[in-house]
Design a protein around this ligand. Sequence first.
Ligand code: EPZ
Length: 420
Amino acid sequence: MDKLLISGGVRLEGEIKISGSKNSGLPILAATLLATSPVHLYNLPHLNDITTMIALLRCMGVGVTIDEKMCVEIDPAHIEVYEAPYELVKTMRASILVLGPLLARFGKADVSFPGGCAIGSRPVDIHLRGLEAMGATIEVDGGYIRARAPQGLKGAQFLMDKVTVGGTENLLMAAVLAQGKSVLENAAKEPEIIDLANFLVSMGAKISGIGTDRLEVDGVKALTGCAHTVMPDRIETGTYLCAAAATRGSIKVKSTRADILESVLIKLKDAGADLHFGEDWISLDMHGRRPRAVSLRTAPHPAFPTDMQSQFMAMNSVAEGMSKVTETIFENRLIQVHELNRMGAKIALEGNTAIISGVERLKAAPVMASDLRASASLVIAGLVAEGETLIDRIYHIDRGYECIEEKMQILGANVRRVAG
Ligand code: EPZ
């Protein structure tokens, strides 16, 4: 099992290119199942989760070709399997996103029930209740969700009890081919949902209220292929900016946008970062200063994203002053506290809040990644620790960060991958 070896104490400096968004690419790949003709996708990141989703589509009979410019052509014209098998779903929960499109276009879908993961139980009850509201029958049998709608889905008005990104995506993809009008109330507003909705509209879907918590959809008979460029990854963007702030460095991230992570930029400014941005880049300069501690509370967009919480916890660990980090989305997403404390951080836990007292430097230690974003916090901790930090189980990182060691090396970090 590969590990990352990081020698800390280097200020990040330089420029890197941000990859396409994992959390936009995954639902958009699932949405290609809705089309009757080929789709061309640009700027998909080269990540294990994206590869897994492509493998899942291929299992169903979808043609997938990748050209020399990394454009992915998806041909959904000859689908004959309507199942997402356990072997694939167990490695990537986002496979659940094929449920809505398969049901909408073919009237049936068998999807292995996605289990929980390190950060929480990750239920899908809202996904299922919404599909039932559209007329589907849903049974859970042998670990599989067996969904049927032989007469097709019918438009419905549905209120989501909790703001759910995946639930909004699945129900939006189901509604675009349902008979009649659907209204999704209390919809998630993350930028990735806007990207998905714009992709669906490019295929001929009729959606209004994009970017709001009320999505109105007029179902259409069929959707055709289109070309779409996946938006930049706002969490990758925020992760590198946070790492630069923690190391008191100065970097520029390109092929990204400032408007997709405003809450993160506000918190970085509060931490003392000197920020500038253009149409497709953001620069951050700490002028060699130690970051100031910033308190935060995660919540659905446009509030502070839960996917940036652990990275800021690592930065707060070496910041000046006390801070409080409260996680309100997932029940177990403060697990990185224990590994950070092993590196000399001073973090106390009170329920879903971590209280952090910043120290000047952390101390290197062998640590273990537990999930994607907790791994990113350990990388940041390694960058600011004295000595060599060895991070185990970095397959978690490879799910969400394209070429992380190469990008960090470009920024001057002393990091390398070692075979486990
Ligand atoms: C998406 O997960 C992202 N994943 C997550 O990013 C992200 O942390 C999360 O949204 C929140 O922003 C992808 O987009 C592939 P949710 P998702 O449904 O859709 C509860 C990363 O690191 N809930 O918005 O699974 C749920 O338990 C990953 O890139 C229900 O109760 O998240 C949670 O408490 C991690 N019932 C809350 O809603 C449901 O039916 C938000 O979950 C669905 C969700």
